[in-house]
Design a protein around this ligand. Sequence first.
Ligand code: NAI
Length: 482
Amino acid sequence: MPLPAKGRSVASESQSFDVVVIGGGPGGYAAALYGASGGLNIAIVERDKVGGTCLHRGCVPAKEFLETAHIRRTIEHSGDFGFTTGELSIDFAVSQQRKNDVVDTLFKGLTGLLKGRKVTVFSGTGRLDANNVVTVTDGADAGTTLVGEHVVLAAGSVPRTIAGFDVDTKLVVTSDEFLELSSLPKSAVVIGGGAIGCEFASMLADMGTSVTILEGLPAILTGCDSDVAAVVQRAFKKRGIEIRTDAKVTGHSPNKKGTKTTVHVEGADDIETELVVISVGRRARTEGLLGDGAGLTINEKGFVETDGSMRTANAKVFAVGDVVANTPQLAHVAFAEAIVVIKTILGENPVPVDYDRVPWAIYSNPEVAFCGLSEAAAKERGYDVIVKKDPFGGNSRARIIGDTDGVVKVIAEKRADGTAGQLLGVHMAGPWVTEQLGAGYFAVNWEATAEEAAALIQPHPSLSETFGETLIALAGRGLHVG
Ligand code: NAI
């Protein structure tokens, strides 16, 4: 079944593969690795470096920065444990270098994995033309044409920008440029209070920068359950982060030296700042992705539409990751979609990704993690719900580590007799919740009831006991929680 790869060839010759993947980010490389493990002969066309946004300009470097902030907080609080430290200072260039080292190591590992599984990586921009031909339109392999029995579109996304705020890499940046900064500003305005905005605002504030978040909607983190978003909002305010909601930015005016700029907000005071960070969402990178006769189109919002098997309007062409319409732009969702694609190609009838129940993780301080429906979303869908919340304040491990800010909230369907039935959502804010969500994720996706999940024991003392306590209370009678 697999067609023979011909190795690198002169530009005019086409090479045939079982699967040609356009884009080597988490969606693309996962399809390649998983497909190669399944015996498929795979090519990736990548314009930059395999690993994509996640590894080079997103998840990994951002979390490295947030870990830098975490180390600083730990040192600052070490006096509580009896340590004496001198005045704290940071050489941010070292932090940058460490981040680059982490990224490089992972990049080398990924390159080795792809090589080990005999995935052929072509360098340049891929365009899908008629008859499943993928043309490399630029880069080192420009002019090469590949034919895929199947093609996977995994071209990813780029930060959106806003009118009046041209990115100049100095005063105005998106996440791409922010993650390359060699020093930290004394002040920053973060436009957009979503996942990226809150992670960057949190990191900057912990590192001593004075931060203002300007959010266009009435609240930050509107994708999260409101109780969880409120924990973050309170913690941010306590750390001096100014949050202005319903804010409409109209533009900015740099000073003569180009060292600062003044951000203009409709109907409110201007804000002078050293850095403006734009974090207003990401758009799919689909321009130039489809040539004539590709057999599918890009929708009016710039995304690719698929069915549950990730199949596009062209039955031989799939899409995964951030290019897919109406799905969360998360690396781990792209991984899951890639597995669905490969299983579909191999005829293994995979279960489609249940987008309502994917895990979300925001690595701000405090962290946020959740899966399933928020209380508001559950009610909107007509569920009668029963809800329990337990703050981390009573958790012994949280006391031990000195980080008690946060809450676990579990939402279940209310049965006719008033008891809690199937779990609908698990929402957490607080210490290491991104590492704790796993149990909640399993419970929600296993369609467990409150009693079933509550019967499972959490280790003591552990942060995860707060989730366990919430479940016990939800199942009818609380142990420590009422
Ligand atoms: P987002 O969609 O999460 O948040 C963007 C925010 O900007 C929204 O609150 C929106 O109301 C606001 N906004 C939009 N235009 C605005 C304007 N002109 N003025 C003021 N506010 C405005 O997008 P974000 O944070 O840029 O993240 C992009 C994608 O990457 C998201 O899908 C996100 O889920 C994902 N991501 C996930 C992370 C995680 O799970 N840890 C981390 C980083 C990103």
